[in-house]
Design a protein around this ligand. Sequence first.
Ligand code: NAP
Length: 307
Amino acid sequence: MRNVVIAGSGCAGNTAAIYAARASLAPLVVAGHEPGGQLSLTTLVENFPGFPEGIQGPELVENMKRQAQNFGAEYVHGSIVEADLSKRPFRLSIDGEWVETRTLIVASGASARWLGLPSEQKLIGRGVSSCATCDGFFYRDKEIMVVGGGDSAMEEANFLTRFGRRVTLVHRREEFRASRIMLDRARANAKIEFITPAVIEQVHDLEQGIVTGVTLRNLKTGETWRRDVDGLFIAIGHIPNSAVFKGQLELDAEGFIVSHGGARTSVPGVFHAGDVQDRLYRQAITASGAGCMAAIEAERFLEAEGH
Ligand code: NAP
């Protein structure tokens, strides 16, 4: 019987683990299908307080994990594939292995959103990617395209100019969701070309099994045309990893956990932390703060129950 199981090992999960472990609750952290969360897929993080020169995302998240382990947190590989939150203790299946726990902190984050085109899906890993940091290296002197109009798209486009001959940024509107500084940086980069308002209609070439180009459609004029590209990076946001809790925890229409105040979910004893609930801030530091809140609430919940 566990006191605390933490689903997810990003900033939220790791910070919850640090606090729960220091409270002598010996938390079990289920690392999830993307261990380390989104920070493990980024490069330099410049806005996490305490690092005036910035710190590499993977290093930051690994430091958090080591810190939690130093206080007795236990990490296991795998994901929660089934859950019974209908009564306490809660029952969780970690890749088929069932554990029981008095409290659960859901810090399972969010995963990359795709365009949803069949041709895109078939070419993931064959020229279609959602992670510039992971795959940019493969496109040295190649034609690269990035889709999206938020900070992620700007960041990825800038980063990819280190590798590509040219980076084309495609966005469906003429206005951008990205912050002014990120947009200005991308606009000032001579290797980045913008195409707006446009969408990708198809990714080629399914017969060859690799990306050779895309068909674009201008949303204003209706014009369609083909453009040769070698790498296609989709940067259009993320979807919360909450499917396994559907029907058990209150979720909103997009799958984000609905907060019942503080870190509380609709089920007493289950707490939320980070991007699986937060559709607004979604920063490493806010996820860490949420992890801290969830651990403190779990600790108080257990204390009130006499554990
Ligand atoms: P986002 O802000 O939600 O932006 C997603 C973008 O993708 C939007 O421009 C959206 O277009 C577009 N989009 C969504 N679905 C689409 C579809 N099906 N087809 C075409 N385009 C689609 O997501 P994000 O850029 O990943 O950023 C998430 C959060 O992380 C934000 O709070 C951001 O500030 C933060 N972030 C910060 C940094 C940094 O400061 N270094 C870096 C990365 C991310 P519309 O605008 O038309 O809806």
